[in-house]
Write a protein that binds this ligand. Structure first.
Ligand code: ADP
Length: 454
């Protein structure tokens, strides 16, 4: 059963129970009031008759006539008076005699001073009345036709109110249940539209500060995490293909060269050594990328240790120039100078990938294929500067070049995939560093990488 139906059912059941109880209480109290009031009236009427008979010595025949004549119209009280010896003193109409006084009745009246009971709808009251020191047994009986019809009216009104009330409550219950559940229904519809291809969609959180807002917020945070990890997975595949392309091309080129014609033993050996070196490089790269993917950009899962930036730069430039002999990487720092021996807390593989990409871009987008690198210290940070005299980056592209797969207008100048700088930025962020770029289409580009010193 849906929650909406359950809310309606519970609301209707509870509210209707309260209504029925309340109406029942009203009817019961009306019933009791009528009963008690009528017994009081009976007693008063009976006492009036005794007084009329005993005090004013009105003759019994007149009283009986009044009784007989008004009996049907006024529902006159039928009164019987007995003396202490249970002998009849007066009776309104012996031939009608509705109440049959028995010795048991006298006994009960004597013991309890009074008694009440209902006979065929008639209310009967018996009590002891003292007159001038003498006890009299009095019984009075009458039918409360007016009271009963009032009670019936109340009962009919209650039934109508109950009927309308129940319908109204069912309608209200349905309306409110729908209103309460509406945000959930909307949430379900919105959630149904979210799939792997549009994980950027979010649920509406609404204005109310309630549990549903919390739920939507929690689901949205979950979606954010999912989207991030989904994106990471997608990017990882791109990174892998991007990073593996260079060594694979080198291997293919070398093998093709070896197979072009028959080579001597040394040449074959050299080719195999080069291919083996590239193979090792790829294996290393793969494990780094896997490490990178596993880390999912979470610093805590990557192995960090103090490393010398100049050494990483040197290794990266050697590797790059090996696969691109036309590239010229100039490391502009004097050996053993204290400033250049900058040590940072980092992952050497990841940093060499970042540096290699920056060097490669500098050489790739310059006619002279030259990149100049310098290291310095700034505010307890290592600053690594990559400069080229290349074609530069137009101003309007500067804020886009770190976006995955973005290739600026320079894409016609050199081949690429638009992932290199994204990877660089990720790695620098992971090292809690910063990357800045300044470029001029005439002078060339400068990429500055800031890494906190260990
Ligand atoms: P790719 O080099 O594969 O195109 P990158 O992410 O490394 O991708 O670079 C993104 C874009 O930034 C490049 O397409 C190019 O337009 C621009 N770019 C990056 N570095 C340089 C540079 N040193 N000189 C000129 N343009 C650059």
């Amino acid at each position: 059963m849906s929650i909406q139906k359950r809310i309606t059912l519970w609301f209707t059941l509870l509210t209707n129970s309260v209504l029925v109880l309340f109406m029942g209480f009203v009817y019961l109290s009306a019933y009791k009031n009528r009963l008690n009031e009528f017994y009081t009236i009976l007693e008063k009427e009976a006492i009036t008759k005794i007084n009329l008979l005993l005090e004013t010595e009105l003759d019994a025949i007149t009283l009986q006539t009044i009784y007989r004549e008004n009996r049907e119209i006024l529902y006159e009280v039928e009164v019987a008076i007995y003396d202490g010896e249970e002998q009849l003193v007066y009776h309104d109409a012996v031939e009608i005699d509705f109440v049959k006084e028995t010795p048991e009745m006298f006994k009960e009246i004597r013991e309890n001073k009074s008694m009440q009971f209902i006979q065929e709808g008639w209310q009967v009251l018996g009590f002891v009345y003292e007159y001038r020191g003498k006890p009299f047994f009095v019984t009075a009986a009458a039918y409360d036709a007016y009271g009963y019809s009032k009670l019936e009216n109340i009962r009919d009104t209650i039934i109508i109110v109950l009927f309308i009330g129940v319908l109204f409550i069912v309608f209200l219950g349905r309306y409110f249940a729908k209103k309460i559940i509406r945000p959930v229904t909307e949430m379900i519809m919105e959630a149904e539209m979210i799939s792997a291809s549009n994980l950027h969609l979010r649920l509406g959180e609404g204005e109310e500060q309630d549990e549903l807002k919390q739920l939507a917020h929690t689901i949205n945070r979950l979606l954010e995490r999912l989207e991030k990890s989904f994106e990471s997975q997608k990017q990882f595949v791109s990174y892998v293909s991007h990073e593996l392309r260079t060594p694979l091309t080198a291997i293919i080129t070398e093998l093709e060269w070896a197979l072009q014609r028959e080579r001597n033993l040394e040449e074959y050996q050299e080719t195999l050594e080069n291919v083996l070196a590239d193979g090792h490089g790829m294996a290393k790269l793969l494990s780094t990328l896997l490490d990178f993917a596993k880390a999912n950009y979470d610093r805590s899962e990557v192995n960090f240790k103090p490393i010398r930036v100049d050494e990483v730069l040197l290794d990266a430039s050697t590797e790059l120039q090996k696969s691109n002999p036309e590239y010229k990487v100039e490391l502009d720092f004097a050996e053993n100078s204290e400033e250049e021996e900058v040590t940072v807390e980092g992952n050497a593989y990841l940093l060499s990938i970042a540096f290699s990409n920056l060097m490669s871009n500098a050489c790739k987008f310059s006619k002279n294929h030259k990149c100049t690198i310098s290291i310095s210290l700034e505010n307890n940070q290592a600053k690594v500067l990559f400069r080229d005299n290349g074609i530069g980056i137009p101003k309007q592209e500067l804020n886009k070049i770190f976006t995955p797969f973005y290739r600026g207008q320079n894409k016609n100048f050199a081949k690429g995939s638009g992932i290199g700088l994204t990877l660089v930025k990720k790695i620098v962020d992971m090292h809690l560093g910063e990357i800045k770029v300044t470029s001029d289409v005439i002078k060339g580009s400068i990429f500055e990488v800031f890494l906190p010193k260990s």
